[in-house]
Design a protein around this ligand. Sequence first.
Ligand code: ZN
Length: 144
Amino acid sequence: MDTILFWGIALGSTAFIFWPFWQKPQEGKTGAQNGNARLQELMTMRDNILAALKDLEFDFQMGKISQEDYQELTDQYRREAIAVLKRIEAANGANPRLQKIENEIRTLRQQKRSAGGHYCTQCGAPVNKMDRFCSQCGHKLKDE
Ligand SMILES: [Zn+2]
């Protein structure tokens, strides 16, 4: 039981420290995606701190740490949580376009579905398979 608890705490701490690094996006990214990834990272940090606080309380109740340590660590985690929450608010404020971009992506997906995946080769507007000309630019569409 103690061994399992030890490894649980050890693995939890490792995940807590390295999680933001695992979250780093691999692909090329636009500024908006960058902001989104940063926000995601901050929210992960917030969740990790809250999880750490819960672990701390559990450890305290199990008598694994002293009242003094518990108080000190709790205060430290709370300060970190507040700092992260402030950064989340700032990141949200710096990305007012996020919601707009999400809406645009949703619209594009809907258009793609309704158009059956056909696009004008000239302007890229979604077109119906039966259309002979693009409704956006008038480009003659190839018969498929
Ligand atoms: Zn077109």
